[in-house]
Design a protein around this ligand. Structure first.
Ligand code: FE
Length: 232
């Protein structure tokens, strides 16, 4: 398997490239519109064919590159079931497996940051957690149908049920971390370790975070897979 973590410094977003080097099939998870040229060049250089642009959720902080990549490469755009977007070629349900060549990508419903968020277990040994579980943190729950109790249940019952050695690759990082493990987050994540559900809900209700700068632009654009020109 070829696996690459790519970064957008403007929004601190990670995009992941997953490919089967055997048949050259590739997928990008959470591509960023402003980085489409970089991602496309990399895929071309490596001799890969982009089959899918996959979203963990509808983002509020950046515009997705999914629609642009579809236009340029003919790939399919893939979003979680119930995500409020009309543009996708395919939706994934909880437990559904998408094959990238020989590599299985299994959708794990991890609602709470939004009410249609998916994490993706790639190759059975690493999980792309989107904005559910972050390294020593978690996604916010104060807009986009977010719900702290639901996020607690998703992390504690779905993600923490994975083997401790499972690698954790988040959708964002703001402090320079790149990868963790499920076991490490169970022990050291300050939002979750030794906190019960009601402690977590109280903590999340008192974060007082500023609103994302680009939410007014990002949400309507992402409902169209990032193709602003298609927005009515
Ligand atoms: Fe998000």
């Amino acid at each position: 398997m070829l696996f690459r973590q790519l970064f957008d410094p403007e929004t601190s977003t990670y995009t992941y490239l997953v490919a089967d080097e055997g048949n050259g099939e590739a997928a990008l998870i959470d591509p960023v519109l402003a980085r489409v040229d970089r991602d496309r060049r990399l895929i071309e250089e490596l001799g890969l064919t982009l089959e899918y642009a996959i979203e963990t959720h509808l983002h509020a902080d950046h515009v997705t590159g999914g629609g642009k990549l579809r236009e340029l490469t003919g790939c399919q755009t893939v979003i979680p079931e119930k995500a409020p977007a009309t543009c996708a070629d395919r939706v994934l349900q909880d437990g559904e497996v998408l094959q990238i060549g020989e590599i299985p990508v299994r959708a794990i419903a991890t609602w709470g940051h939004t009410d249609s968020h998916m994490a993706y277990l790639v190759n059975r040994d690493r999980v792309l957690t989107g904005d559910s579980l972050l390294i020593r943190g978690c996604g916010r729950t104060d807009f986009q149908s977010g719900d702290a109790g639901t996020l607690y249940d998703s992390i504690s019952q779905r993600l923490f049920a994975l083997p401790d050695e499972t690698l954790v690759y988040p959708g964002h990082d703001y402090r320079g971390y790149t990868v963790s493990t499920i076991g490490e987050e169970k022990r050291f994540n300050p939002r979750l370790a030794r906190r019960d559900r009601s402690d977590f809900i109280e903590l999340m209700a008192n974060l007082n975070l500023p609103h994302p700068q680009r939410i007014a632009e990002a949400l309507p654009a992402n409902a169209q897979c990032g193709c602003l020109s298609e927005t009515p």
